[in-house]
Design a protein around this ligand. Sequence first.
Ligand code: SF4
Ligand code: SF4
Length: 152
Amino acid sequence: MSITGSVPGTDKRGIRELGGEEKVGWDEVTQGVAINSFIGETENAAFLKPEERSYSDFNSYTATVASWRIIKPVYNRDICIDCQNCWVWCPDTSIISRDKQMLGIDYDHCKGCGVCVEVCPTNPKSLLMFNEAADNDEELAGWPEKQKKEKK
Ligand code: SF4
Ligand code: SF4
């Protein structure tokens, strides 16, 4: 992996200033260098929707990691109670939620870890993991039924 732009980097001959299309590997970046996540106006970035922010090439949002996944979560809106557990616990900020309503999964950045499924409290769960190649509509059509509690 490499980064481009005006970033102080080092090579075996010492520190140098990079510019234009010149590239430096992650293990060559000068320690302590600040790499900007956004370009232009950044003051209100936190208040914008993720897709409306001006990301720099260095921001991980600009890179998809979909190819890393071998299993994926599928979301069932019919059962979801919008508790936001999945949004809170997803380690990759890949649950899309607006105004406390769950909207779906950001498949560009989801890595398929399954944490969202683990923390989903509904019965049956509103998120389940399937093979990456599975058809979402088919899996939704065959969603498991509610499980009865066992009598003690
Ligand atoms: S599978 Fe993991 S990365 Fe993907 S949405 Fe669920 S918690 Fe987030
Ligand atoms: S954890 Fe389950 S019920 Fe809660 S918002 Fe996420 S999908 Fe919906």
